[in-house]
Design a protein. Structure first.
Length: 126
């Protein structure tokens, strides 16, 4: 098997494991009362797991950014790991922004639904 075949094989294996982990995390973070907390945990995990970055600055081969940061810190030094922390932090911040918007919309939808149910209940009593 050539290097390109290995590259795609390991990416496929990594993505399959990441999807399984994300599905398990999604199921574990189904909070009824902490909607924002639930969405934030999911967003951070998804951003950390699925953000790719260049494994070598002079090459176009990509790897998960968390792995690149860890291996750069181990092999080159702590200062070298910051090159992959930038996209990782930006992905986490973007995920938290999206999670906040989704939590706000979900909370608003729940409030509207509960208000409509209260109005329907009072109209049936009278």
């Amino acid at each position: 098997m050539d290097a390109i075949g290995n590259y795609w094989f390991f990416w496929t294996l990594y993505l399959a494991a990441a999807v399984v982990f994300t599905a398990l995390l999604w199921r574990l973070t189904r909070f009824q009362h902490g909607i924002w907390r639930s969405y934030s945990l999911r967003a951070v995990a998804i951003a950390v797991i699925f953000t790719p970055w260049y494994s070598n600055p002079q090459d176009s081969i990509m790897a998960p950014a968390l792995m690149v940061a860890t291996l750069d810190a181990i092999t080159i030094g702590g200062s070298a790991s910051f090159r992959s922390f930038v996209p990782l932090v930006l992905a986490v911040l973007f995920g938290l922004l999206v999670a906040g918007i989704m939590a706000f919309l979900k909370k608003r939808k729940v409030e509207i639904t509960s208000n409509n149910n209260k109005l329907n209940d009072t109209s049936k009593v009278a």
